[in-house]
Structures are given as structure tokens and as C-alpha cells.
Design a binder for this molecule. Sequence first.
Ligand code: GUN
Ligand code: FE
Length: 426
Amino acid sequence: MANILIKHAQIVTMNKQEEIITGDIRIKDDLIVEMGSGLVPQEGEKLIDASNRTVIPGFIQTHIHLCQTLFRGKADDLELMDWLRKRIWPLEAAHDEESLYYSAMLGIGELITSGTTTIVDMETVNHTDFAFQAIAASGIRALSGKVMMDQRGGDVPEALQEDTAASLQESVDLLEKWNGYGNGRIQYAFSPRFVISCTEPLLREVRDLSARYNVKVHTHASENLGEIEIVQAMTGMRNIVYLDHLGLANDRLILAHCVWLDAEERRILHERGVHVSHCPGSNLKLASGIADTPGMLDQHISLSLGADGAPCNNNLDMFNEMRLAAIMQKPQHGPTAMDARTVFRMATIGGAKAVGMEQQIGSIEVGKKADLAILNLYNFHTFPSYDVDPISRIVYSATRADVETTIIDGEIVMEKGMLKTIDKET
Ligand code: GUN
Ligand code: FE
């Protein structure tokens, strides 16, 4: 952690008033300690001149699979269940410790260089400790966990099939090793893959463990019609109804996708405070469908964004997800349905709420963690003198190439495209 003074920046705060101001930000250790104009550099502070730069809260992606980064290009043009059976599960089963470490590192590098500072990540069945090692060394903020697959629904390959007790024990061992690590930068999240691959005793135990340790549960639900049919045949219920029946639907639950919901499921999501991670790129590429995000927002369901795994959309870039989240709704719901500010909110403070950290991250305010990205929006987009809403410019035209610096927990983890290894404990 460092002491940093950022001067002369345009700051997209995402505070309660969603103010956009021009000024300086002082960072001491992991925290933003002062904001204003004319702040005077103090001894030992690193000075960043952010003239003509825009500082934003780091993006929070609430659904990622770092273990899948190396599979890009190996799983294209398939629908979910075939994609899993034919490509993703065999590839995950083939991971060894080293390949998992590098898959995670490659993904984290892409995330950090494109301004993402926090992820909710799901690993594979084996070797998850090595993904945590990559997370620790990279400096990214992460909630992660080993995937749990103790049921052969959907033809899970032998190599990923695990015993219920072993799955739970390995998860708890990883939790005890990593939860709270690195100034709280790493948290454990139980990660039952989806209803199809998990037994009821496992899901009930996960519910109890998440309450006992006060950690999140991260899973997939109602992504694809074929998946929903299998869940219905196995449980006699729709996905969200089943999760609620088991007592899992609460504000510790982060659900990826939720493309296909009926009215009862929406009611459950709203009433229980479940957090939905919308993954537009993945939903389009896997032909899953178009989630009704305007409807979910109208119903006050907690919504945030994620890129899913690299082979789901070939890209872990939040700029891509924000843009898709906005434009894919417009033909059906009109031009203002998912406007730039709504989508940017989902990418920042919405993600912070999903991970239960809205007091710490998701906006740029005194007392919050210093998790932010510095953008040069004058790269190719427009002339500096143009008076353009920076949020609109970020959502509709910015790219990862515009991210100059990423800071997480007060540490500069990327500067001018160069990543830095942070962790001194491993
Ligand atoms: N459902 C179960 N597993 C997966 C996965 O790895 N990716 C996606 N997109 N959906 C899933
Ligand atoms: Fe996923």
C-alpha cells in the first residue's frame, strides 16, 4: 500500500448524488483520506498528474471463471449444456496446478488492465489453491471458491465428479486458509456450480456454512432453457423456487444469469435480496437469451455485471459488458431502457452491493478503499474541449486501451500497461 496524491482529475465519484467533480484525491495506505482541490503533496507521496484524465471507481465483476481463461477459442459456437459437456468440463478436468495458476494470472492481467478491481470468481474442482495464489500475488480484490460438483447430472465427467463430504471439506479448508487474506482483499465464496451438479445435502450444508462463516454463495441459475428443463426433471421445481425451498435465497447469494424467470422467481429474488449477476456477452454468445434487465430493475432486484469465463464471450473486459448490457435492450425496450448511467451504476456501486461491500468500495469517497482506475478518454474518442458526459463516453466508446492506471487497496497494480506483482506474503 502506498501514499498517493492524484491531482487535477475529472472524478466520476458514484457517491449518493453521483457527482462528477474536478479535483484531487489523497490516498493513504489502503484508503481515500482526502478529496478537494489544491491539495498539497506531502513528503513520501507519489504524485500522479491526472490533468485531462478521468478517475472512476474500479469495476466490480460479479461473475468470472479465471480457470477458463486458457480455453478461449476452444469452445465456440455451442449452447450451454453441449458447451459444458463437450468442451468446458473436459478442459477443466485436464487442468493441473501450473495451468490453473497461469489461467488465473492471464485472466487477472486482462481484468486489471481493463480497470476491473474486484471479481466474484468460480474456480474448478481441483487445484483451486493455485488460483488463490495467483489472486494473492496479483493484487486483485476477489471473492473466490472451488467449484462444487457432487452429482453427475448433465453427464459430468469422472474427473470432475466429487464426493459430497470431500467437496465440503476442501471448500472449508480453502476458506480457512484464504478468507480475509491480504488486508481482507481475498474472501472465500462457496461455489456450487449449478443445481444440476449438486446434491440436496450439499446445497443445504453450503447454506449453513455460508451463514456460519458469513460468506457469499456464488452459483449459476436459469441461464438456458435446456438447463431449466433438467432442473425441473430433477427437482420438480424451477431453479429459483428450488434454491429458495432449500433456504439458499438470501442476500448472501450471488446468482449468475437469471435469463429465464417467471413471476414467482422474480418475487423471490426481490423479497430475499438475492443479487443477480447479468452477463450479456455470455448470454449472447452461448445463445442463452436476453435477460429482462429493465424489468428486474423496475422490480428493484439487485443487478450487477460480469463477463463470465473467457470462452463465454472471448473477453473479460467490463467496457464490453457495459456496452452490451445497454445496447442489447434498446431494440425491444427503447433507447432509454438501459441508459449509460444505469449500466455504469451496475458496474460499480451495484457490484459493491452484491458483494456486501458498499461501505468500502464501488464509489470514490473519503473513507472508502482506494480501488480505482485512471482513464485517458482523450485517446481517440473526442477533442478535450468537447463537453461530453464522461459516463456516456465510457459506456459507449471507451476501451481497455484507455485505462492508464489501476489502483487496488491503495496499491498501484497497473501503470501504463505494466502489471505489478503485489503480494509479499507468498
Ligand atoms: N453453468 C454451469 N457451469 C457453467 C459455466 O462454467 N459457465 C456458464 N456460463 N454457465 C455454467
Ligand atoms: Fe459462468
